[in-house]
Design a protein around this ligand. Sequence first.
Ligand code: HEC
Length: 189
Amino acid sequence: MSKFKKALFCGIAPLLMAGMLSVTSQAVASGERLYGRFTQDNELYTPRNYREWVFIGSSVTPNDMNDGAAAFPEFHNVYIDPGSFEYWKKTGEFRNNTVIVKELVSVRGKESPSGNGYFPGEFNGIAAMVKSEKRYPDRPGNWAYFGFPEGARHGAIQEDSACSACHQEHAAQDQVFTQGYPVLRAAKP
Ligand code: HEC
């Protein structure tokens, strides 16, 4: 590191740390921990620890029940960030900054010692939706929808016609298919 860069770094590092501290303490003060990290263009960095979030439900749309051409032929395992689940338990609403991840899991087969059905195989990618007044003021309901190209560091915001339109028309509450998530319904006050 050149002397100049070192000086710059030493000057900036404490400021950055102070900034991080103030964000953390704000979050603690209001009792709200926020999840998801974003690029400057408000695109969600590929979430990593969502399997430790709150699992709210799963559905499967196998190819053989969809003329061999399901849009997503996998299981869809859905997780909500823990801070938003806490808020949901108090209010029955999706808070500003809600992050929901849908993970796709392939169908491994249709027979198991337990009987016939559809059984999960391998992880096969994710999709996500994020609600934010600040980041997505012009999106319906302030929800942005993300696809994650394989290996990408962050998601790509999708056109409203590609994702939001169907969610707006068919989902039971605020663009989320709560009709398919007994965990959410059971926790609703
Ligand atoms: C034709 C309708 C339709 C379209 C288009 C659609 N979805 Fe969905 N989506 C659903 C349904 C129905 C569910 C409920 C669970 C399931 O069946 O997978 C869902 C669930 C989800 C969930 C879990 C939270 C929730 O709202 O239930 C996410 C995240 C999601 N979709 C993201 C996307 C993204 C990103 C796109 C665009 C690339 C997209 N969806 C396009 C119908 C759609």
